[in-house]
Every structure is written in structure tokens, then in C-alpha cells.
Design a protein. Structure first.
Ligand code: AMP
Length: 210
């Protein structure tokens, strides 16, 4: 199963991606997580990405596309993958299509999580992230997953959230029509509880992507 998840920041893509990746036994590839891991490790890639991430802007395609191209050469993608946070604009979607066409392994489906703007802002402002494992949480001092220290991501602060939503509307939302035209798009509401959303996503994917 080769999948892409699309949706505004705060729609719960990361959380759903983990459940879906486990359900379909495929690796979860989050470009945001890869950038944050590089930032933490102080690599060149992390340093290149930091100023863009802190402002809620997209990291340049030249950097991001090469990182994904490289990730898709790893052995663990032989049986599929779930991309979360990539592509983020039409140019990236075209690069992904070309990479997969070369390997003769096209996408099976693109799952869109939709959510109203007010709900997105409420979720992102309340979100905290674990410094150790990266898991999101709300209203706790320690990470519920690993007990690590939680912090507010620079880009979950109010002024940056507004910019991320603009970037999503201007640059990322056009990929939804791109994938609809390719006949790959499946849309699921991201409102409600996590288990119900996972169940709707799995049921929609099992119908379409066999
Ligand atoms: P995320 O964790 O998916 O919300 O991503 C956090 C930040 O990483 C984004 O706001 C961007 O600055 C950067 N980023 C993640 N994925 C991409 C991408 N596909 N293209 C460009 N920048 C990205």
C-alpha cells in the first residue's frame, strides 16, 4: 500500500498516520519529523530547514525533494509507505509522481483529512510535543507516551499558526485537485474522536486501495 496523507496542520495527520502505518504494516514517513530529527541532531539539513520551519514557511523544494527521494530508496519501502506532510505543493506532487513512475510503483490512494479553520487553531494552540519521542499531547506536563519533557513547537505559536494556514491554503490545497484529477483522492472528516477517524480512514482505504 502506497499512500499519501494530506490535510491542514493540526488535522491529526501524524496521529492517524501512526495507526494507519501499523494497520497496513508500512513505514510512516513524515517530512516534518525528519526535519525535526535533523534539527535536534544539528545536521546541515536541520540547519537549512530551521529558519523556514520557525516561520511556518515551506522548506525549499530542492532540499525537501532530495530528502524524500533518498528516503524512498530505503529497503523498508519495498511493501509500501505512508507519506505524511509530503507533497506540500503541486511541484512536489509532480516530483513524487516522477520518482514513483521511474520505480513503476504508483500511489494507491491519497487520503485527505478535512477540518474547519476554528478547530485547527484551537487544536494547534493547545498542542504540546515531546522533546524525546515527538508525540503530541494536550494539557499534561510530561509526555503520556514516554514520560519526556513536553514543549510548544515554535510553529504552534499563534502568529506562526496563522502563516501555516495561509501557506496551506495557497500552496498545499491545490494538490487536492491534482490528486482528485488523478482519481486517487479519498476524503475523510478529521472532526471527532481519534478512533472513529481511524476507522473511517481504514474503511475508505480498504474499499478503494486493494
Ligand atoms: P509538519 O510537522 O508536517 O507540520 O511540518 C513542520 C514544518 O516542516 C513545516 O511547516 C515546513 O516548514 C517543514 N516541512 C515539512 N514537510 C515539508 C514539505 N513537504 N515541504 C516543505 N517543507 C516541509
Amino acid at each position: 500500500m502506497r499512500l499519501v496523507l494530506v490535510g491542514p496542520p493540526g488535522a491529526g495527520k501524524g496521529t492517524q498516520a501512526q495507526f494507519l502505518a501499523a494497520h497496513f504494516s508500512i513505514p510512516h514517513i513524515s517530512t516534518g519529523d525528519i526535519f525535526r530529527a535533523n534539527l535536534k541532531a544539528g545536521t546541515d539539513l536541520g540547519n537549512q530547514a530551521k529558519s523556514y520551519m520557525d516561520r511556518g514557511e515551506l522548506v525549499p523544494d530542492s532540499v525537501t525533494n532530495e530528502m524524500v527521494r533518498d528516503r524512498l530508496t530505503h529497503d523498508d519501502v519495498a511493501n509500501g509507505f505512508l507519506l505524511d506532510g509530503f507533497p506540500r505543493n503541486v511541484a512536489q506532487a509532480e516530483v513524487l509522481r516522477a520518482i514513483l513512475a521511474d520505480k513503476k510503483t504508483p500511489l494507491h490512494a491519497v487520503l485527505e483529512f478535512s477540518l474547519a479553520n476554528e478547530e485547527i487553531i484551537a487544536r494547534l494552540s493547545a498542542r504540546r510535543t515531546c522533546r524525546d519521542c515527538g508525540a503530541p499531547s494536550v494539557g499534561v506536563d510530561k509526555c503520556p507516551t514516554c514520560g519526556g519533557e513536553v514543549y510548544q513547537r515554535e510553529d504552534d505559536k499563534a502568529e506562526v499558526i496563522a502563516r501555516r494556514l495561509e501557506v496551506y491554503a495557497e500552496q498545499t490545497a491545490p494538490i487536492i485537485s491534482f490528486y482528485r484529477n488523478e482519481g486517487l483522492l479519498i476524503s475523510v472528516s478529521a472532526a471527532g474522536n481519534v478512533e472513529d477517524i481511524t476507522a473511517s480512514a481504514i474503511s475508505a482505504l480498504s474499499r478503494v486501495a486493494q
